[in-house]
Design a protein around this ligand. Structure first.
Ligand code: SF4
Length: 370
């Protein structure tokens, strides 16, 4: 979303954020560019190498802990409003990456936010949560070295929200989130609790913590960093760090995948036929005719098919580079490119669903669902 009156980008975790120019966020919000840190990361994750993670706040602090093998944490989560899709996959894989690099990992099921923002009852979100956690486990999250919880069931995050509330005025909440109902402000305070809970004594005290999220979540980080400073004397919080990934374009050509628009995305629980159909019908950066495309080439920069390959489905960087050049030079046409991607996606979904099924009971146990 762009605030056209001010010509500024609006990052809104509760609404529709569309970023036209990521570079501008460095200046507008003080987000720091990620690229310069890349040479210092011994095993950078795929989305770091490809510029999908483009920005951060104080990630240096986490990087130092990683280098010195000191304790650090990773914290992120999911709003249980439906099944896993490409957006939730991205965050889950980033959390798992940091866990594999030695972080104590925290994964929150944001059911309070699902209620306040999407009117999803706790009974309904519980069903989604079991599936979401099974997805997370299927992707490789190790529950023995991590903590998965629901906001509504963890007293610590709710206590922190109450404690934090004392030092936040309505004017501050309005300045960060705009005019919203009280429920959303409360859920934002609970999210601050989520982000800082890894630093409580119950979890071995203060430590650098990275929060990998889509850039639309930055307002939560700004609020939480402010609270961490205000409550430093009481808790000795280290200011939380963050990494920001770009937001995926919708398959239908809309600027962002959104649950409000079912043709813009697919979930891993949809039928293979449906998924294939959505990819087949997707918008591309191709030309109106094959002849023109062969002659002039396509525009991968605006193409959601190219994005899916780069963000998720091409393991090797060289294959992403190859696709870029093949598209630009007109060597590959959109039809064949889509068919190739459909095959890769359906294979992934089939294998993922098999593993997910094996983890449903474990997910129920973790969430204490009968
Ligand atoms: S060839 Fe592939 S990457 Fe290029 S515009 Fe067509 S679908 Fe997109």
């Amino acid at each position: 979303m762009t605030d056209s009156s001010a010509g500024k980008t609006a990052l809104d975790p509760f609404g529709m954020t569309v970023v036209e120019d990521y570079e501008r966020l460095y200046e507008e919000f003080g987000i720091q560019p990620f690229k310069s840190l890349l040479p210092q990361i011994s095993k950078p994750y795929l989305s770091m190498r490809r510029g999908v993670i483009f920005g951060h706040r104080d990630f240096d602090r986490v990087l130092n802990a990683m280098k010195k093998r000191e304790k650090f944490a990773v914290m992120s989560g999911i709003k249980p409003t439906g099944e896993f899709h490409l957006g939730t996959l991205m965050t889950a894989r980033e959390v798992i990456y940091f866990q594999q690099q030695g972080a104590a990992a925290f994964y929150c099921i944001a059911d309070v936010e699902a209620y306040e923002d999407n009117n999803i009852s706790f009974e309904r979100s519980e069903k989604y949560a079991v599936g979401n956690v099974a997805d997370l486990l299927a992707l490789g999250f190790d529950p023995k070295r991590g903590y998965i919880y629901r906001q509504s069931k963890d007293q610590r995050v709710k206590d922190l929200a109450i404690i934090f509330g004392r030092k936040v005025t309505l004017a501050t909440m309005k300045a960060i989130y705009g005019e919203r109902n009280m429920g959303l402000y409360i859920s934002a305070l609970i999210q601050a609790g989520d982000i800082l809970m890894p630093q409580l004594e119950d979890f071995n005290g203060p430590k650098p913590t990275v929060v990998p999220v889509g850039v639309d979540q930055d307002p939560h980080l700004r609020l939480t960093r402010d609270l961490a400073a205000k409550f430093h004397r009481k808790y000795s919080f280290v200011l939380p760090s963050s990494t920001y990934h770009k937001l995926m374009k919708g398959l239908d050509g809309s600027p962002k995948m959104s649950k409000r628009n079912p043709m813009s995305y697919f979930t891993f629980q949809e039928t293979p036929k449906n998924i294939a159909k959505k990819i087949s019908n997707a918008f591309t950066g191709g030309r109106p005719t094959a002849q023109e495309q062969r002659k002039l080439g396509g525009t991968p920069e605006i193409c959601p098919i190219y994005e899916m390959c780069m963000f998720h489905f091409f393991e090797e960087d060289k294959d992403v580079v190859q696709l870029y050049h093949d598209c630009k030079s007109g060597k590959i046409l959109c039809g064949e490119d889509k068919q190739r991607l459909i095959k890769i996606v359906l294979n992934f979904v089939k294998e993922h669903r098999r593993k997910r099924q094996q983890n449903v009971d474990k997910a129920r146990k973790i969430l204490q669902v009968a």
